[in-house]
Design a protein around this ligand. Structure first.
Ligand SMILES: Nc1ncnc2c1ncn2[C@@H]1O[C@H](COP(=O)(O)OP(=O)(O)OP(=O)(O)O)[C@@H](O)[C@H]1O
Length: 968
């Protein structure tokens, strides 16, 4: 596609600057025709775009085309309206300045279409955020609404704009369209009440009738047929096949909802539109006095209802006029003609002001409430110049004078005034001033101007009236008091109070122009010149004459000549320097001298040849586009390097900043941490000092009464002692060991020791059986008897007493036998038990029954108590001799028994326990006496020796030798 496009562009030249015969109008037209025949409707003259209306869809406004032109250098692609839009946009973004695109051309040449294409281009290609989409939609949808109210069908253009329009599109710093502002200039109000043959009123009337819902029409008192309305049918083309009013109504209704119109707004708005239609149908009749009267008030009632006025008040205002005479107000009736004038004036006034209200309303929905700095691209679609047979209006200031002149002013007097003032001007002619030849072509009421664009004849009929644009005060008062919300805003009571004459159309136009100039002067311009190829709106038809005519009055040849002869490009020094300063080290990044000198230095550095440029007072002029393109290319190239450098510098800067930040943070952290550590250390040392001090004090005051200084020390001592004691607690009752306490803990230690012993004893006692207990009691008695008295006692402690111990060997008959063998008649009392009691003592030890032993002893006990047991003797040495002393009751009875006993301690203890006699046991040292029977008494000598023995010595004395201790 692109390739094909490029190939087709070879048809003719795409920039008139490249035309060889650039002074020839024919060559110019030829080039246009050639390209037009190939559907190439756009051609450049330098940066100006010439656009031919193709009157057909060419498929050159697609999304892919928009993408193609986005961000591309102006001359790199074939000429296009998108290239103009993109160029302005990119310049605005890069230079952050304001731009406007001026679109001019005759009516029907394609200005409105071009501005719509530009708007769409921005809407599609500019960056967008979700929140700003609504602003974009409103910008786009404001167009159909404005067109419905401000466009109309004319013979030249089915959708002719009947008002001047300037639209600002506002962009934020990122190039996002964020809002807009529209200025409407001088809507053609006269169209509301009158249309020439082949023309229509504004579209909205027809759209409402064709598309409005039945209920809405009924509410407004309207019928669908536009022919029924005088204001819609004068041009005899109310139903135009090329226009689809029904569909357009839908578009407009939808747009209303997006641009924040409320239901009340719409009711008021269509109330006004319907009122205008009803007004047109109000008919007047002349009464007998020649005054105007309304025979049928049907329409009046509808208007009164829709605008909220009393019908009688409205009726009076349409047929009467208030005249202020000194202090009085006089109401006088109007003639039929003046009533018609008043009616039409009212229709024009309410439509005209409603249109202004509409523009303001749209503006308030487009306003961007963020007040950050915006850059704008303005779109100026200026009125199409129309060359009619009769031109009814010319904006000449001189006219104004005639309107406000005292005395009767007529159209003829105006013409005379013109002749008087500008009659001598070469471009002005009237019938009177024309020569005999020209006179035939010009009427009495006409004058002719020789415009740059061509000759135009103007008719002065109705001139003053149109210029006056007067709405009778009476009607104004009525409208100021009406209930319709929109009209209440449009007609303010303050206006009535002002005695100033309202500005004429001419003055309004003049004012608009000067304010427009002010808006434009601060912006960078781009131009689009639209050309209409034929009058019949036919595609592919190229009317040489018509085109030539437009080329002429659009000044295109002139423009081309200037381009070729002069300098293709001119730029203020500041802007040029600002853009290209990066190309020269002296001007980059800042030039501090005058901008002109900076530019000089810059172009010298980049090597401009003298013939390529000229330096003016404030601007540089570059002769050839190629010079500028080369500079631009160099700039593009340097941009990348610059970007890299800026990026590197910026990154470096960021890096350094980050480094410094981190370093500072690290230093802070370090300092803080050190502080924390130091404080901790100080605290620790302080604590240590205190502890040491207390310990020292503790040592010093160890033997003094307790003082706070010793406390720590004591705590430690206590703690240590207690902890140590854990491991040295005695394990049993016999263990008498105990950890030596420090002096301060002696009392505590004693207590603990007692507790411990008690505990061990309790534990021990719990574990002691009855038998064991009994034995222990016996052992206690043993202790009483023998402790410290008899050798071997300590060793005996470990030997338990056993109830079953007594056997034949226990009370050993050995001694007895020893005695009897020696024929010593020692009698040993034999204890015998029979059931009849203690009867006999036999010389026999008959204790065979172990169990009987105790029993026998028990029995013996009683007997011995009664009878003869006097005591028991043992030696203090380590022998087993036991002598039981008995005092015989008679001579027959034997006395003491001498026994040798293995377990002497046990036996003696048990005996003592049985007998219960105090001091029963006698532990003797050296020897003991015994008595068996008279004459048989003797001594037992106890001795120690290396060997145990018992023997009788020569004297018959019994000697008992016990082993040295340790041997047993
Ligand atoms: N680029 C185009 N492609 C296709 N058709 C176009 C193009 N430009 C204009 N037209 C056709 O020409 C008609 C008239 O164009 P447009 O309304 O833009 O003229 P204009 O210059 O704004 O006229 P006026 O000054 O009367 O408003 C459009 O309705 C459309 O049918």
């Amino acid at each position: 596609m692109e390739g094909a496009l490029t190939a087709r562009d070879k048809v003719g030249v795409q920039d008139f600057v490249l035309l060889d015969a650039y002074t020839s109008e024919s060559a110019f037209v030829d080039n246009l025709r050639k390209r037009f025949s190939e559907n190439l409707i756009y051609t450049y003259i330098g940066t100006l775009l010439v656009s031919m209306n193709p009157y057909q869809e060419l498929g050159i406004y697609t999304m892919s085309q928009m993408e193609l032109y986005q961000g591309v250098n102006f001359f790199e692609l074939p000429p296009h309206v998108y290239a103009i839009a993109d160029n302005a946009y990119r310049m605005m973004c890069s230079e952050l300045n304001n731009h406007f695109i001026l679109i001019s051309g005759e009516s029907g040449a394609g200005k409105t279409e071009a501005s719509k294409k530009i708007l769409q281009y921005f809407a599609v290609t500019c960056p967008m955020t979700e929140s700003l989409q609504i602003a974009r939609d409103r910008l786009l949808l404001s167009n159909p609404v404005l067109e419905a109210f401000g466009n109309a069908k004319t013979p030249r253009n089915d959708n002719s704009s009947r008002f001047g329009k300037y639209m600002d599109i506002q962009f934020d710093f990122q190039g996002i369209p964020v809002g807009g502002h529209i200025i409407g200039y001088l809507i053609e109000k006269s169209r509301v009440v009158y249309q020439n043959q082949g023309e229509r009123n504004f579209h909205i009337f027809y759209q409402l009738l064709a598309g409005g819902e039945a209920e809405r029409l009924a509410y407004l008192g309207l019928e669908r047929d536009p022919q029924l309305y005088k204001y819609l049918s004068q041009g005899h083309c109310a139903k135009e096949s090329s226009l689809n009013d029904k569909n357009d109504w839908k578009t407009v209704s939808n747009a209303f909802s997006v641009i924040d119109f409320t239901e009340a707004d719409l009711e008021n708005l269509f109330g006004i539109i319907a009122s205008v239609l009803h007004l047109g149908n109000v008919c007047f009749q002349e009464d007998d006095q020649g005054c105007a009267a309304v025979p049928d008030t049907h329409e009046i009632k509808w208007i009164a209802k829709l605008l909220g006025i009393y019908p009688s008040v409205l009726l009076e205002a349409l047929t009467h006029r208030k005249i202020e005479a000194k202090t009085e107000e006089v109401i006088c009736p109007l003639t039929l003609e003046l009533s018609v004038y008043a009616r039409d004036a009212m229709a024009k006034a309410i439509y005209g002001r409603t249109f202004t209200w509409l523009v303001n309303k749209i503006n308030s929905s487009l306003v961007n409430k963020d007040f950050t700095k915006k850059t704008v691209i303005g779109l100026l679609d200026i009125y199409g110049f129309e060359v009619f047979d009769k031109n009814g209006y010319l904006f000449v200031l001189l006219k104004d004078e005639e309107c406000i002149r005292p005395g009767p002013a007529t159209d003829l007097s105006f013409l005379e005034k013109l002749e008087e003032k500008v009659g001598k001007h070469a471009h002005f002619q009237t019938r009177k001033l024309a020569g005999p030849k020209g006179r035939k072509r010009i009427g009495w009421m006409e004058f002719r101007l020789f415009h740059y664009a061509g000759e135009v004849t103007y008719c002065t009929k109705g001139f003053l009236e149109k210029n006056n644009d007067l709405l009778y005060r009476h009607l104004k008062e009525v409208l100021c008091c009406c209930k319709n919300g929109i009209l209440r805003e449009c007609f303010l009571v303050a206006e009535l109070e002002s005695r100033k004459r309202p500005p004429t159309v001419g003055t309004q136009f003049k004012n608009s122009l000067s304010s427009l100039l002010e808006i434009l002067i601060s912006k960078e311009p781009s131009y689009i010149r639209c050309i209409k190829p034929n009058e019949r709106k036919e595609p592919s038809k190229f009317d040489d004459f018509l085109v030539r005519h437009q080329i002429k009055y659009l000044g295109l040849m002139e423009h081309l000549r200037v381009r070729r002869a002069g300098f293709a490009y001119r730029r203020k020094y500041e802007h040029f320097l600002q853009r290209y300063k990066s190309l020269c080290p002296d001007t980059w990044p800042h030039w501090h001298g005058p901008p002109g000198e900076g530019v000089e230095r810059l172009i010298k550095y980049i090597g401009y040849k003298p013939e390529e440029y000229k330096l003016g007072k404030t601007k540089i002029f570059i002769r050839f586009p190629r010079t500028l393109f080369a500079t631009e290319d160099a700039f593009e190239f340097s941009k990348h390097q610059l970007v890299a450098r800026i990026q590197a510098t910026y990154k470096g800067c960021l890096g350094r900043r980050e480094y410094v930040k981190r370093k500072e943070a690290a230093t802070k952290l370090e300092a803080h941490w050190r502080g924390v550590l130091a404080r901790k250390e100080v605290k620790r040392r302080k604590w240590a000092i205190q502890i040491i001090r207390r310990f020292v004090n503790g040592f010093i005051n160890r033997n003094k009464p307790l003082s706070p200084d010793d406390e720590e020390f004591l705590v430690l001592v206590r703690k240590n002692y207690i902890l140590n004691l854990r491991y040295h607690v005695p394990k049993n009752v016999l263990d008498k060991s105990w950890l030596r306490p420090p002096s301060i803990l002696e009392t505590a230690s004693d207590l603990l020791r007692k507790m411990c012993t008690r505990n061990l004893v309790r534990k021990y006692c719990h574990g002691v059986s009855a038998e064991w207990k009994a034995m222990m009691q016996q052992k206690a008695i043993t202790s009483e008897i023998f402790r410290g008295k008899k050798e071997g006692y300590a060793e005996s402690l470990n030997q338990p007493f056993v109830n079953t111990r007594i056997d034949e060997g226990d009370i050993n008959p050995k001694v007895f036998q020893l005695m009897s063998n020696e024929k010593i008649q020692y009698g040993v009392p034999v204890i015998k038990y029979d059931r009849k009691g203690f009867k006999a003592r036999q010389r026999q030890l008959i204790l065979t029954q172990k169990a009987a032993y105790v029993v026998e002893l028990a029995k013996i006990k009683q007997k011995i108590e009664y009878s003869a047991l006097k005591g028991v003797s043992t030696s203090s040495l380590n022998d087993g001799i036991l002598v039981i002393h008995v005092s015989p009751e008679n001579n027959k009875q034997k006395g003491d028994a001498i026994l040798l006993c293995e377990h002497v301690f046990e036996v003696v203890t048990k005996l003592a326990m049985l007998v219960k006699k105090e001091n029963l046991v006698n532990v003797v040292q050296g020897s003991l006496q015994f008595y068996i029977s008279p004459g048989k008494e003797g001594t037992i000598v106890f001795d120690t020796g290396p060997e145990e023995q018992i023997y009788r010595d020569k004297n018959g004395q019994l000697t008992v030798v016990s082993g040295w201790l340790g041997d047993r």
